[in-house]
Design a protein around this ligand. Structure first.
Ligand SMILES: C[S@@+](CC[C@H](N)C(=O)[O-])C[C@H]1O[C@@H](n2cnc3c(N)ncnc32)[C@H](O)[C@@H]1O
Length: 275
């Protein structure tokens, strides 16, 4: 892909290092065209002449705000409702019944975290699964925390408005119950779902303001972009903030083999904390 801007090695290295430091996302030489395309658009918006000017902006006194925009531009936010639907089946059929058994049907507490929630399809799918499970959870205090590094996607997620075709992935009975159509044709998530979820920007590599413990963490299709040491640190922190026996769901191409010995594999890309 060519644009009017040449991306010289020096600038590419500076940008890659900055992205890795800010987000953990590793950009190697194979991603050069991708970076070029994504940031070329940013340079045009800012009216800059070349990547060297862009690097000066990033490093300068106004750089912090632009570094956020840089990371927003680089993140890959692909997601969908009920992606890897077997995870939601497992949640309804195994995790929730086991938690109720351990806690009793009354006044229990359940905390789920969608870490790297992108535009919100994942936490809304969790909320629909919780609302629809028809299990005895009288008086339970149930919350879903939904976080992402990219502030644009968190804003979109909190809004809960989607193009009509995106919600076709929601099973029809759930769609009928929890999705309405706005006058402009967009699909809106029901307030009963939104009231379960707290949306917050959060960089997984920085300090976490919450203390947990969480019962369930979904961190799917996020760490594929991180190097192994970053993955090791992150999964260790996930184990610590999960309750003992808590569940961790990862993406279809992700694995904890040689990354963490604090989890047992209990299902397809589903792990349980053991220590
Ligand atoms: C491909 S999406 C996955 C969304 C959803 N979990 C799913 O599986 O459908 C990856 C998300 O991870 C977020 N992400 C990347 N690095 C992050 C970091 N250091 N902290 C928090 N979120 C991050 C990106 O902004 C992006 O929205």
């Amino acid at each position: 892909m060519q644009s009017e801007y040449a991306l010289h090695d020096d600038d590419f290295r500076k940008i890659s290092a900055l992205v890795a430091k800010r987000s953990g996302i590793v950009i190697d030489d194979r991603k050069r065209a991708f970076i070029h395309g994504r940031l070329g658009r940013r340079l045009r918006i800012l009216g800059l002449a070349n990547f060297a000017e862009y690097c000066r902006l990033l490093e300068g006194p106004e750089g912090a705000g632009e570094q956020d925009m840089l990371v927003n531009a680089i993140t890959t936010n692909h997601t969908s409702f009920f992606r890897e639907s077997h995870h939601f089946d497992y949640l309804a059929q195994t995790v929730l019944p086991a938690t109720i058994k351990a806690n009793g049907p009354r006044n229990g507490r359940l905390r789920l975290w969608s870490a790297g929630c992108s535009t919100g399809e994942e936490p809304y799918s969790l909320a629909m699964t919780l609302r629809d499970c028809r299990l005895p959870m009288n008086g339970w205090d149930v919350r879903v925390l939904a976080t992402d590094l990219d502030t644009n996607v968190v804003r979109h997620a909190a809004e809960g408005l989607y193009d009509a075709e995106r919600v076709e992935a929601i099973p029809p009975p759930l769609r009928k119950q929890y999705v309405s159509t706005e006058p402009d044709g967009r699909a809106a998530m029901d307030d009963t779902l939104r009231s379960l979820i707290t949306f917050k920007p959060l960089n997984l590599l920085e300090d976490w303001p919450m203390t947990g413990p969480f019962d369930v963490i979904f961190c799917r299709n996020v760490v594929i972009y991180f190097d192994k040491p970053t993955q090791r640190r992150l999964f260790d922190r996930f184990a610590t903030i999960l309750r003992p026996d808590g569940w961790l769901f990862v993406g279809h191409s992700e694995s904890l083999t040689n990354i963490s010995d604090r989890f047992d594999l209990v299902g397809r890309t589903i792990y349980r904390r053991i220590r």
